[in-house]
Structures are given as C-alpha cells and as structure tokens.
Design a protein around this ligand. Structure first.
Ligand code: KDG
Length: 312
C-alpha cells in the first residue's frame, strides 16, 4: 500500500440548476469528502491507497462504500455503523466563484469514529499517511483519533502529510487554530492554502508564511496560491511554481484534494520537488473544470494531455 488516509465522506446532493438552492427541485446524488477525493485522485493515477472510515449501515452508506471501492480505493477498514446515519452535504453553485456548502453531518457515523477504528498493522504497511484538518473538527473522539494515527504512523516510519482544510462551519476559530497548529507541528509535509496560513499565523506574505510553517518542524511545505500555482519550501530552498490557467472553472470544490493527490503521486514516482508541485497544480486545475468533488480527477493520460496543452 502506498498511502493510507481516514476521515468522513458524505453523500453529496448538487442542485441541477445554478443560483439559490431554495429554488432547486432536482438534485444529482454524488459523494464527496476530502480524504476520499484525495484517495480517488491517487487511485486514478495508479497508486494503491486505503481509506479508514465509518458509514451508516443504510442505503446511502452502502452506495458510498461501493462507489469508493469501485474507484479502486481499499475499503477493508471501513465499518458500517448500525446506530448512526451516513452524513450528507449539499453544494450550492450560485456561479463558479460563489459556491456554498451546507452540512447535515452532526452525529453522523463517521463523527463517531475513535482511535479504535485504526488498525496499526494496516497503517504500518503504507509509506504515507494523509491527514485532513476536517477530521479533528468532527468530534472529540475524531480529534483523538487524528493524534493517535499520527503517533502510529511515526512509529512505523510513514511520512505524515497534512492538509489543514480549514472548515470554519465545523468549530470555533480558537479550537481550529489550536488543533491545526498542533497537527502541523507533528507533520512531515504540510499543504496549506494561503488563506489558511493567514488564519493560522496572521501573516499574508507567502515567503514568511512558508518559513513559519517550516519552523514548526516540517520537512516540506507547499503553499497553495490558487491559479497562481504554489510555492514550496524546504529548510534548504524555496521556489514558486506557476499554476495552469483554466478557461472555464465550473466547480472549485475538491481542487485542494486533487492538488494533494498530484503532489503525493509525484513523490511516489520519485519526481524532483518542482515537478511534483507542477503535477499538483495540474491535477488541482483539472478538477475545477468538472462539476463534482471527484468526477474531474484525471487518469495519467488526461494529466499528460493537460500538462502538454492546457488550453485544449
Ligand atoms: O475539499 C473538499 C471537501 O471539502 C468536500 O469534499 C467535503 O469533505 C468535505 C468537507 O468536510 O467539507
């Protein structure tokens, strides 16, 4: 197994119309969750990846499980919870630059995960652990699970990759800042967005932000700058890698997860850092051109075509 991740995936309802969701009558049912978006991204690029979670023992949970499994992600550590439902979320696309998400996930099966849902032997056979900052916001037991997963990963020599994925709807700013900084301080690789960096450190300059993250102890920090690309930092060097221009953005949700998948894919392939960041930029950009958290994630041939001629 190349990578293991864990967290909540939800049933995603998207109105078939744009504009205010109150006027929507018909919805398309999809699935979305930061960690499975990331995992499916890796699987499409040919890597082996496992996802640990809980879903409700209900029809939607079973549909989600077969969807994620069908995308080539190992779900052998996902449990069906008979006592709590699968979480839902709605994605309102008023237009491509005004997207809102509405969660119906309180008390969901995944929010009831605990450190006991982790299988140490399963984690130990992977090379990377991917942690999203959404999971610790779900409940106290999920927060504990995150720190226990990191402890297990470090004990087995895995590289811990952390995407802060700040979701202000899920917790208070104080809770978020304290916990996300504590996870960042235990991570080998951190993939923050510029606004997340500003939230955590009160700093807007990308280079200063990169240095602040590195000072927590990370070996690599890649600061995401949207269409401008990304800036990576190591203790030895830092470099801005330009992004790809997308003619028509349709849905930005999931771009950060695609970015993470592209980056970790590059590392697994042994690419030099500038090339891994370029792949991350490309996967993130491709995701925004399709409606859905995972539907746009590229296979290798799509990725190659996009990188060679992004405008086509
Ligand atoms: O990064 C995309 C995620 O935000 C989306 O898939 C839903 O996991 C999700 C969440 O908690 O917001």
């Amino acid at each position: 197994m190349d990578v293991v991740t864990f967290g909540e995936t939800m049933v995603l309802f998207t109105p078939e119309s744009t504009g205010l969701m109150r006027y929507a009558h018909t919805y398309t049912r999809k699935f979305g969750g930061s960690e499975t978006n990331f995992a499916i991204g890796l699987a499409r690029l040919g890597h082996s990846v496992g996802w640990i979670s809980r879903v409700g023992n209900d029809e939607l949970g079973k549909a989600m499980l077969s969807f994620v499994r069908g995308e080539g992600v190992d779900t052998s550590c996902v449990r069906l919870d008979p006592d709590a439902p699968t979480g839902l979320y709605f994605k309102e696309i008023r237009n491509a630059s005004d997207v809102n998400v509405y969660y119906y996930r309180k008390g969901s099966a995944a929010s009831r995960m605990t450190a006991a849902d982790l299988d140490e032997a399963y984690l130990a056979q992977a090379r990377y652990l991917f942690v999203s900052g959404i999971t610790p916001a779900l409940s106290e037991s999920c927060r504990e699970m995150v720190f226990e997963a990191i402890r297990m990963a470090k004990a087995s020599g895995l590289t811990v990759v952390f995407d802060p994925n700040l979701r202000k709807k899920l917790w208070t700013e104080e809770q978020a800042r304290e916990t996300l900084l504590a996870i960042a301080a235990q991570s080998d690789i951190i993939l923050p967005g510029l606004s997340e960096g500003t939230f955590l450190f009160g700093e807007t300059d990308p280079v200063k932000l990169g240095e602040r993250f590195l000072s927590l102890g990370a070996k690599i920090v890649v600061l995401k700058l949207g269409e401008k690309g990304a800036h990576y930092f190591t203790p030895e060097e830092n470099l801005h890698i330009p992004g790809f221009h997308v003619e028509q953005m349709v849905d930005p949700v999931g771009a950060g997860d695609g970015f993470a998948a592209g980056f970790v894919s590059g590392l697994l392939d042994g690419l030099p850092l500038p090339e891994a960041v370029k792949r991350a930029n490309a996967v993130g950009a491709i995701v925004t051109m399709v409606n859905g958290d995972v539907e746009g994630l590229p296979e290798r041939s799509d990725l190659k075509r996009f990188v060679e001629s992004p405008g086509e």
